[in-house]
Design a protein around this ligand. Structure first.
Ligand SMILES: C[S@@+](CC[C@H](N)C(=O)[O-])C[C@H]1O[C@@H](n2cnc3c(N)ncnc32)[C@H](O)[C@@H]1O
Length: 246
């Protein structure tokens, strides 16, 4: 059974506060993943871990024929249904481990920062492959494997004598599996997989890898949040675009 941490009161409150600020999502992850998106006009799209629905709604506003947004969190879906509703968007409460129960096909499967919560990545990818139409895209972001690696989740940046970020310390990279650590609350569960495992699983499932992006900040984003300079030392996100062959 997947952990539903976003329905924890404290976690939800703090997460929504974070998203109301100039977050790494807005300054780094979203600009990078948006560059990989195809024209969504007339397309059917599945948004996995859709959260409060801003991406699902945007796809619909940009002309998608049908968007299905799924998420485990009741609280996130409540916000989605209230603030990001659209006649072409359907929100469903569903665990991404149960994707095989969906019967419709999609032109694009999208997911922003949810796949590091998936325990069985192999099954997730295989289920997505079945759900995609031929020629369809999987475009997703996750926490970078360097971030998810360290067993106690305490990877950290190191400073020089002048207070500049100079390096990043992490460990346990080749030990794939569950990580339990703090993020707003104690006991948040993530799953670490190496870059090699991620790319190989996608390729072995049949996907053609089109892009692998470890985003670095654009100059406008650096002006908004100068500490994004740390992305040149260690990437925060991994973004992949893959295609099911025609
Ligand atoms: C970091 S948030 C991202 C939300 C949204 N994609 C966005 O970019 O704003 C991760 C989302 O994944 C959802 N999630 C986590 N585990 C899940 C699971 N097993 N099945 C479906 N959704 C899940 C969470 O409830 C949360 O809404």
């Amino acid at each position: 059974m997947s952990q539903n941490i976003y329905d924890n009161e404290t976690f939800f409150r703090e997460y929504m506060k974070l998203r109301g600020e100039k977050s790494y999502n807005d300054l780094l992850e979203q600009p990078a993943i948006n560059k990989l998106l195809p024209d969504v006009k007339g397309k059917t799209i599945l948004d996995i871990g859709c959260g409060y629905g801003h991406n699902s709604c945007l796809f619909a506003q940009n002309g998608a024929k049908k968007v299905v947004g799924i998420d485990l969190s009741q609280k996130m879906l409540e916000v989605a249904k209230k603030e990001f509703c659209h006649p072409c968007v359907e929100y469903r409460r569903m665990d991404m481990s149960e994707l095989s129960s969906l019967t419709q096909k999609f032109d694009m499967v999208y997911s922003s920062l949810a796949f590091h919560y998936a325990e069985n990545f192999q099954k997730l990818i295989a289920d997505i492959y079945v759900l995609l139409n031929e020629g369809g895209y999987l475009i997703y972001s996750q926490e970078h494997p360097i971030v998810t690696a360290t067993m106690d989740c305490k990877g950290h940046h190191n400073l020089d004598e002048s207070g500049n970020f100079v390096s990043y310390t992490f460990s346990d990279y080749a030990k794939s599996g569950q990580r339990v650590g703090p993020w707003f609350v104690e006991g948040v569960i993530n799953y670490h997989r190496t870059m090699g495992e991620i790319i190989s699983m996608l390729a072995h499932t049949g996907f053609i890898i089109k892009d692998v992006v470890e985003p670095i900040p654009e100059s406008w984003a650096m002006k908004e949040k100068p500490d994004l300079i740390k992305e040149y030392i260690k990437p925060t996100f991994l973004i992949i675009k893959a295609r099911k062959p025609e």
